[in-house]
Ligand binder design. Structure first.
Ligand code: T1G
Length: 708
C-alpha cells in the first residue's frame, strides 16, 4: 500500500500501515504557534477522509510532544483557528492516539485529553502549568481533566501547575499505556492498529463517572480555596481555575467550556499574567551571555567536591546529590565533617517525613555524598566548590592548596557571597580556571546561582559554571566581580533603609506588614530573625572595621549584644513562644529602639506604607542601575530573576525592575533625587536611572553597559 505524504511546514501527515501519523514539528518545544493548530486540523481532516486510514496518531518531533500554546503570542492580536482542535478531535470519526514523549503541557496536554487514547514513554512529563503564567487552561483542560481523573486530582494538578511524571499520570488515569523502549512512533502505530475498530470512541467529554466523586466531598472547592489563600494572595488565576473545575462538576460540558473561555479572556492581559510571562522569559534569557561563543568545548563535569562541611557546604553537596552527581565533602576537622554529614542526613529525613522524598531516594543521595578528610582525596574531581569561612586569608589558603592538588583542567569555584574573586584567583597559578558560584541559603533549596566572572576567568570556565548551575537545577545568572556581586549588592541598600527607617520612627511590624501586603511571604524583620541577627552583625563589624564611613545599625547591634539573635534564641526583632515561629511584637524591642534613638538624638516621625515600600525598593532599583552602568550585570531582567528566586520577591509582580518600570523611571528618579537631597550620598541617583528618566526609557529592558 502506497505511503501518501502531505507536507505542511509545521505539521506533517503520513500514512503508515493504515495509520495516519500527525507529526508536530515546531522546534524547540513544539509550541502551538501560528499555523500549528491549523496544520493539525488539516491533518485530522485528511485522515478522517482518507479511506486507507483506520486510526491516527498525534506525535511531536524532536524532544517533546507539545509544550503548550506559544506564550510569545499572548497579549498580541492573533487569528483564531477555524475551530478549536479539540472540537475537531471530538467529532473525529476515527480514533486518535496521543503519543507523548518529553513534555505535554498546557495546550499540549489539552490536545492529548481531546484525543481518544494517550500513551507515553516513562520519562514524559504532563501538566497544565497555565496558572504559573497567570492564566488558566483555555483549551478545555478544566473541563476534560476532572472528567478523566476526578475533580480533586484535577484541581491539584491545575492549581499547582506541576509537571506530573508519566508513571504517576498513568496511575491517575490520564495515560492509557506506558511504552517502554525507544521507538514511540512504532509503538503508537501498533497501539492505534489495536484499537482502530473499537467503538464507541471514548471521548473524555462524555465521561461523568469521575465527576461524581465531588458529591462525596461537598466542601472540596471551598477547602482548596482556603488552602491556597496564603500562597495565591494577590492573584486571580488560581481562583478562576478552581471556578472552572467547579463548573465541570455543576454544569454541562459546553457551558463549562464557555465559562473557561470567558475567564481565560479575563486573565490573558491581566497585570498578573503579563508579569508572570515576563518572569518566564527572563528566566530563559538569563542563561545567555552575549559575546560568549555558543560552540565552546566545555569540560564534562561528572563529579564534584565541596570544601567546607558547614551549613553552606552541606547544602551544596546535597544540591549535587539531588541531581545524581557523586560529590566528595571535604573538611579538615573530622568533627565538623561528622556534624556536616549528620545535618545532611537530618535534612533528608525531614523531607522523607514530609513525603517530598522517598526513603530509597534518600539512601541513594546519601551514597553519592562521600565525606573525605584530605585534599588528595578530591584531586581527581572535575570541579570543586569552596565553601569555607568568609575570610580572605582562609579562602586564599584553600585555593593555593587546591591549585597544588587538583588535576589539570579541574574547575575551581568559590561560593563566596561578596569577597573579591580576582584576589582569590591570584592565590593560584590557574586563575583562568577560577570563578565564583554563589549559592543562596539554603543552598539545596534556593534556585538562584550567581556565576561571578573574574578578570582572568576564561570563557570556558564561565560557560562551564553557568551550565553546572543548570545541571543541578539552579537558575544560573551572570555577575561581574564587585563587592557583593549583583544580588547581595542590590540588597544591601534595602537592608540599610530597613534599619534606618526604624531609627526614624517606623515600626518593625509596620515594615513587615507593608512587605507582606505587597506580596512577600514574610516581612524583612521576621526574615532576619529566621536567618539569625548574628550573621549580618559579623558582616557589619567587618565592614565598619574596613571603612570608618560605613553606616552601622546600632539598634540591630544592640539586640545582638543582648543575645537576641532571632528565632534560634527565642527573641530577636520579635519574641517567639517555644517551637512556634509566629513573631510576637515585644515591648523590650521598643525600649531598645527608644534608648538608641534617644542616645543618637534622632527625631522621630510617622511613615506612610507607601514611603516604606518605596524607600526599601527604590534604594535597590537605584543600586541595580549602578550595577548595570558598571556592566557588572548583563540585563535588568537578570536582576529580577535573582530577586524572584533569591529574595522571595512576589512573582506576580514580575521582579524589582519590572515593578519599578510599572511606576516609571521618571517617578523613581524624582523620588530618589528628593531623598538624595534629604539623606545625602547614599541616595545619589545613578546616571543610568537619570538617563532613563529623561529619555522615558524602560527599567526592565535596561542592559549592562559593558560586554563580557
Ligand atoms: N511558548 C513559547 N516558547 C516556549 C514555550 C512556549 N509554551 N515553552 C518553551 N519555550 C521556549 C523557551 O522560551 C526557550 O526559548 C526554549 O523554548 C526552550 O525552553 C491553551 C493557554 C517545556 C518545560 O507553560 O515550562 O498552553 O530561550 O529553556 O528548560 O491552555 O520551557 O531558547 O529562545 O524552558 O527544557 C503552557 C512552558 C502554555 C510550558 C522546557 N505551557 N515551557 O524546559 O527549556 S499556555 C507552559 C516550559 C497554554 C492553553 C494555554 C519549559 C519546558 P529560548 P526552556 P527547558
Amino acid at each position: 500500500m502506497a505511503n501518501a505524504t502531505v507536507e505542511t511546514p509545521l505539521v506533517r501527515f503520513e500514512v503508515e500501515d493504515s495509520i495516519g501519523v500527525i507529526t508536530i514539528d515546531n522546534p524547540p518545544v513544539n509550541a502551538l504557534g501560528p499555523g500549528v493548530r491549523d496544520g493539525i486540523i488539516e491533518a485530522l481532516e485528511q485522515g478522517a477522509s482518507d479511506a486507507a486510514v483506520s486510526a491516527m496518531v498525534m506525535i511531536g518531533a524532536g524532544r517533546s510532544f507539545i509544550a503548550g500554546a506559544d506564550i510569545r503570542q499572548f497579549g498580541k492580536p492573533r487569528p483564531n483557528p477555524k475551530r478549536p482542535v479539540a472540537d475537531v478531535l471530538d467529532h473525529s470519526p476515527k480514533p486518535v492516539v496521543a503519543a507523548i514523549h518529553g513534555y505535554a503541557l498546557g495546550g499540549g496536554l489539552e490536545h492529548a485529553l481531546a484525543c481518544h487514547y494517550r500513551i507515553a514513554v516513562p520519562s514524559a512529563k504532563l501538566g497544565l502549568p497555565e496558572v504559573l503564567i497567570g492564566i488558566l487552561p483555555g483549551g478545555g483542560g478544566t473541563q476534560r481533566l476532572p472528567r478523566l481523573i476526578g475533580p480533586k486530582a484535577a484541581l491539584e494538578m491545575i492549581v499547582s501547575g506541576r509537571h506530573v511524571p508519566a508513571p504517576e499520570a498513568k496511575a491517575l488515569g490520564i495515560i492509557d499505556e506506558i511504552v517502554e523502549g525507544t521507538d514511540l512512533r512504532r509503538a503508537a502505530i501498533a497501539f492505534a492498529q489495536r484499537i482502530a475498530d473499537r467503538r464507541p470512541l471514548p471521548r473524555v467529554r462524555d465521561r461523568g463517572d469521575r465527576l461524581a466523586e465531588a458529591a462525596r466531598e461537598p466542601d472540596l472547592f471551598e477547602t482548596v480555596r482556603k488552602s491556597i489563600a496564603r500562597k495565591a494572595r494577590g492573584q486571580k488565576a488560581p481562583y478562576h481555575s478552581i471556578a472552572c473545575v467547579e463548573a465541570a462538576v455543576t454544569m454541562p460540558f459546553d457551558t463549562g467550556i464557555e465559562m473557561e473561555r470567558r475567564l481565560f479572556g479575563e486573565l490573558e492581559n491581566s497585570e498578573e499574567a503579563k508579569a508572570l510571562r515576563y518572569a518566564f522569559f527572563a528566566e530563559r534569557e538569563v542563561a545567555k551571555i552575549p559575546g560568549l561563543p555558543k560552540d565552546l568545548a566545555l569540560p564534562e563535569i561528572k563529579n564534584a567536591a565541596v570544601v567546607g562541611a558547614g551549613t553552606m557546604g552541606g547544602g551544596i553537596a546535597m544540591s549535587f546529590a539531588d541531581y545524581g552527581f557523586a560529590v566528595k565533602l571535604l573538611d579538615a576537622s573530622p568533627e565538623i565533617l561528622r556534624k556536616g554529614i549528620e545535618r545532611i542526613r537530618d535534612n533528608y529525613q525531614t523531607s522523607v517525613k514530609r513525603g517530598s522524598l522517598t526513603a530509597a531516594d534518600m539512601d541513594k543521595r546519601l551514597t553519592l555524598i562521600e565525606p573525605v578528610e584530605s585534599y588528595e582525596a578530591i584531586a581527581d574531581c572535575d570541579a570543586v566548590i569552596e565553601a569555607v569561612f568568609e575570610e580572605m586569608p582562609v579562602k586564599k589558603e584553600v585555593f593555593s592548596r587546591l591549585d597544588q592538588v587538583m588535576k589539570p583542567g579541574a574547575l575551581l569555584f568559590s561560593n563566596t557571597s561578596a569577597l573579591d574573586i580576582d584576589e582569590i584567583a591570584a592565590a593560584t597559578t590557574r586563575p583562568e580556571a577560577v570563578a565564583g558560584t554563589h549559592f543562596f541559603v539554603p543552598a539545596n533549596v534556593m534556585k538562584t546561582f550567581e556565576v561571578v566572572n573574574g578578570a582572568q576567568t576564561s570563557p570556558v570556565t564561565l560557560a562551564a559554571a553557568m551550565q553546572l548551575g543548570r545541571a543541578i537545577g539552579k537558575i544560573s545568572a551572570y555577575a561581574g566581580n564587585c563587592d557583593g556581586f549583583v544580588a547581595n549588592r542590590t540588597r544591601i541598600p534595602f537592608n540599610l533603609e530597613q534599619g534606618l527607617m526604624v531609627e526614624e520612627g517606623a515600626r518593625p511590624e509596620q515594615v513587615d506588614r507593608v512587605m507582606v501586603e505587597f506580596g512577600y511571604p514574610v516581612g524583612p524583620f521576621a526574615v532576619n530573625d529566621m536567618s539569625g541577627l548574628d550573621i549580618s552583625y559579623a558582616t557589619r563589624k567587618r565592614r565598619a572595621a574596613a571603612d570608618p564611613s560605613y553606616r552601622s545599625l546600632p539598634i540591630t547591634d544592640r539586640l545582638v549584644e543582648m543575645g537576641r539573635l532571632g528565632q534560634k534564641t527565642g527573641a530577636g526583632w520579635y519574641r517567639y513562644r517555644n517551637n512556634d515561629r509566629t513573631p510576637i511584637v515585644d515591648p523590650e524591642v521598643d525600649a531598645v529602639i527608644a534608648s538608641v534613638v534617644g542616645e543618637l538624638g534622632i527625631p522621630q516621625r510617622q511613615f506612610s506604607d507607601e514611603e516604606i515600600l518605596r524607600r526599601l525598593l527604590f534604594s535597590s532599583v537605584n543600586e541595580a542601575c549602578r550595577i548595570l552602568e558598571e556592566g557588572k550585570a548583563l540585563r535588568a531582567s537578570d536582576i529580577d530573576v535573582m530577586w524572584l528566586n533569591g529574595f522571595g520577591f512576589p512573582r506576580y509582580r514580575g521582579g524589582l525592575m519590572y515593578w519599578a518600570d510599572g511606576i516609571g523611571a521618571r517617578e523613581v528618579y524624582n523620588q530618589v533625587a528628593i531623598w538624595h537631597q534629604r539623606y545625602g550620598a547614599r541616595w545619589r541617583p545613578s546616571a543610568l536611572l537619570q538617563q532613563l528618566a529623561e529619555s522615558g526609557g524602560s527599567l526592565r529592558e535596561a542592559k549592562g553597559l559593558a560586554s563580557v
